[in-house]
Design a protein around this ligand. Structure first.
Ligand code: ADP
Ligand code: ZN
Ligand code: ZN
Length: 717
């Protein structure tokens, strides 16, 4: 037997698969097995991507693998990893690294040593001639070749652990237990918890359709469009329960878990140890242990951010994508995959149902998925009234109306959430005498003042510098501070609502004291204000919040991006959704420079469908998603020049392939690299991806372009 092996190497040039001869002792090896193989004078870790009866490599040059690792991945995941590599213009090794046990990545240090989990071996006892089932016989036959891991033999023989256990009871098989218990990461819940609820009629109707589709998985994915507070999570919980009742597994994708501990907490509460939680704060060991619990079938629900779409189940029934509008589903580094697209593909490959949900769904899913609606909040409470106020001519960060409402919250001892999507104290500093503006030495952007930390920081590369006491150009000591960020707003709010406490939540706080702590403190307080960046608008469920405020709501509209309207609408609608979830009701104030903006008006009337009806024709006319596909190519170099030349060369090749392309356009210098960008916008997806890949590979291989680096982003966000 020949194993076709893809080596796990970061080198772009080294691409398999390569043929290896499987000897008798590796007879159990199949697609998804991980092998250590000799490669020239090196030894490499590789994944079996295919098996074949013969090879084109001459017999005398065929070599055998050195050993097989205990871990392996389901065959469908191998296919999925290779598909991601092709779809997002990456390498097979990087695509496969996504589906392997955590720690087996490409290049980055030694892979984690496989833990000896449960090993099965034949005992010396004589095998009975009768009284054994087919599966039991198959297990004994497989083990005749020698001891192997319990999960491997189970899969090989089409049996499960109970088969092994019954053979053990009969003294025919010896099972050796792992000495170390798997580590279980703890997830601390925050927020309202109401156990054992009776589903509403709308929830029940949605569930019926979902269960129907779990049992007959044909057709498009489902979109659960439910207003904020309509009880979408309860629908997910019961859908997952339906999958488990059928003896199958489920994946629940959520935005960053640290930001939404409530949701993950509810799944743990409902399903206990059957849940594996994958989040960024886990140690490598914990990730590895959770991976194994899933691979062995001990955990059958995976809750996690985008990478959880690769959970190692082989009996998947359901993938839930919670808050499907969240941009964190897109991976920023290579492979730049979109977990929502990968989820769609995986569901299709495995006959599972994809269920995406949001109060502000993307045009992509509105157009292509079958819609289920939850039009009302549970308990029939209305959505809060939203008032949009214009900031033209207003001095200071807060409008008079906002002050009045905050004062009401203070007097009544209630809670408010205030959103300003800009962290730090001041946006930028300038010299009052000569006009000098403090910029990052490595990026063409202004530095942001962080008062508490006493530094100027670049939000693009992490550069930090000291706060200037005088201008280095003219010696003036008069330095002006412009624009307010969350840090300054926190101080301002403290004055407005004193003595109520003010809690700040942004990535500066997240890095120091952690998100969950802030959320818990806000929850535990009798009254107070939570202020922060878009983190405060995530799916939090605090029933006692009576006021939501968005500052500078149209800031996102001032970015030249075709998703600007969508982003603005979603951000305002999501923040509005945090208010008025309890008996006291609530309201929302939105401050904007242009209060008439379309996205704001629709958000103010909670009209997601109206917003889409406006937005879709524009997308259609310009072939923007969901009617077309975008691919971005960024060429960069440390010197100015090569990035532009490389981009021009790539552009010519893409054009020659008959695919429309725009650019090169210069991007601002970032991390000391000059950048030029091309954008492909095409109604056809596959030919565009093929053309871009070929063009970038050809130009990258050209030695004259050695100074340039390339990054390809399919479906940029
Ligand atoms: P969404 O995710 O749609 O914003 P949630 O799932 O957070 O809404 O639900 C809002 C609140 O309503 C939660 O506290 C939840 O426990 C509660 N809830 C959900 N379904 C019901 C129901 N059928 N009856 C009563 N309360 C419910
Ligand atoms: Zn100056
Ligand atoms: Zn910088």
């Amino acid at each position: 037997m020949i194993a076709k092996v893809e080596p796990l190497t970061p080198a772009r040039a080294l691409r398999g698969p390569f043929d290896y001869l499987l000897g008798d002792e590796l007879a159990g090896v199949g697609v998804g097995s991980m092998l250590v193989v000799p490669f020239g004078r090196r030894r490499l870790l590789g994944v079996v991507v295919d098996l074949a009866g013969s090879s084109d490599v001459p017999a005398e040059r065929l070599v055998e693998p050195l050993s097989a690792l205990e871990a392996d991945v389901p065959e469908t995941l191998v296919r999925l990893g290779l598909w991601v590599a092709a779809e997002y213009v990456s390498t097979p090794a990087r695509g496969l690294a996504l589906v392997l046990p955590p720690g087996t990545g490409t290049g980055a240090g030694q892979p984690l040593r496989p833990r000896r989990s449960l090993r099965a071996a034949l005992t010396d006892a004589e095998q009975p001639a009768s009284g054994l089932g087919d599966r039991q016989r198959a297990v004994l036959e497989a083990l005749a070749a020698g001891p192997m891991s319990a999960s491997a033999v189970a899969r090989l023989a089409g049996a499960d652990h109970s088969t092994l256990r019954s053979l053990e009871r009969r003294g025919l098989v010896n099972l050796e237990q792992a000495t170390e218990a798997p580590r279980r990461p703890r997830i601390e819940g925050v927020g309202a918890r109401r156990g054992g609820v009776e589903p509403t009629a709308a929830q029940r109707a949605a569930l019926e359709r979902i269960v129907e589709r779990i049992d007959a998985p044909v057709g498009t994915p489902l979109l659960l469009h439910g207003v904020t507070g309509s009880g979408k999570t309860e629908v997910y919980l019961r859908s997952v329960a339906a999958a488990l009742e059928r003896g199958r597994s489920a994946i629940v994708l959520v935005p960053e878990i640290a930001l939404t501990p409530q949701t993950a907490g509810r799944f743990v509460e409902r399903f206990g140890d059957a849940v594996a939680i994958m989040h960024s704060q886990l140690s490598a060991r914990e990730r590895y242990d959770e991976w194994w619990r899933m691979r062995r079938g001990e955990a059958r629900v995976c809750v996690g951010p985008r990478s959880a779409v690769f959970a190692p189940f082989d009996d998947l029934a359901l993938i839930v994508v919670d808050e499907e509008h969240d941009s964190s589903y897109k991976q920023e580094g290579d492979p730049r995959y979109d977990a929502r697209v990968v989820a769609e593909r995986r569901a299709e490959l495995e006959g599972a149902l994809l269920l995406a949900g949001s109060a502000t769904p993307r045009p992509e899913s509105q157009v292509r998925y079958e819609r289920l609606e939850l039009r009302e909040r549970v308990d029939g409470r209305g959505l809060p009234p939203v008032e949009v106020v214009g900031m033209a001519g207003v001095a200071g960060p807060l409008h008079e109306r906002t002050r009045q409402e905050l004062d009401g919250v203070r007097r009544r001892g209630e809670k408010a959430i205030v959103l300003l999507n800009r962290r730090g104290w001041s946006n930028f500093l300038s010299c009052r005498l000569c006009g000098r503006v403090w910029e990052c030495p490595d990026c063409d952007v202004t530095l942001v003042l962080h008062q508490a930390a006493g530094e100027l920081a670049c939000h693009h590369c992490g550069h930090r510098g000291r706060v200037p006491s005088e201008c280095p150009d003219c010696g003036s000591v008069s330095v002006a501070r412009h624009g307010a960020g969350t840090e300054q707003l926190e101080r301002e709010l403290e004055q407005v609502v004193a003595p109520l406490p003010v809690f700040r939540l942004d990535s500066d706080i997240a890095a120091s004291s952690g998100v969950a702590g802030v959320l818990r403190a806000f929850e535990a307080a009798d009254a107070g204000v939570l202020v922060g960046t878009q983190m405060v608008a995530k799916g939090h469920d605090f029933p006692d919040v009576t006021l939501g405020v968005v500052l500078d709501a149209d800031a996102t509209l001032r970015f030249p991006d075709f998703r600007a309207e969508e982003r603005t609408f979603a951000l305002v609608a999501q923040l509005a959704g945090r208010s008025g979830r309890g008996e006291r009701g609530g309201r929302v104030i939105v401050q904007a420079l242009e209060p008439q903006a379309r996205a704001l008006c629709h958000a103010a009337s909670h009209d997601a469908s109206g917003f889409l009806a406006d937005e879709l024709p524009r997308r259609e006319a310009f072939a923007y998603p969901p009617y077309g596909h975008l691919i971005r190519v960024v060429c960069s170099s440390t010197e100015s020049g090569p990035e532009h030349e490389a981009a021009t060369a790539v552009r010519e090749l893409i054009e020659a392939a008959g695919v429309p392309v725009l650019g090169p356009a210069p991007l601002f210098r970032r991390q000391a690299r000059h950048r030029a960008q091309l954008v492909v916008r095409s109604r056809e997806r596959a030919p565009a991806i093929v053309a871009v890949r070929a063009a970038v590979e050809a130009v990258a291989a050209d030695r004259r372009r050695g100074a340039a680096a390339f990054a390809v982003d399919v479906d940029p966000q």
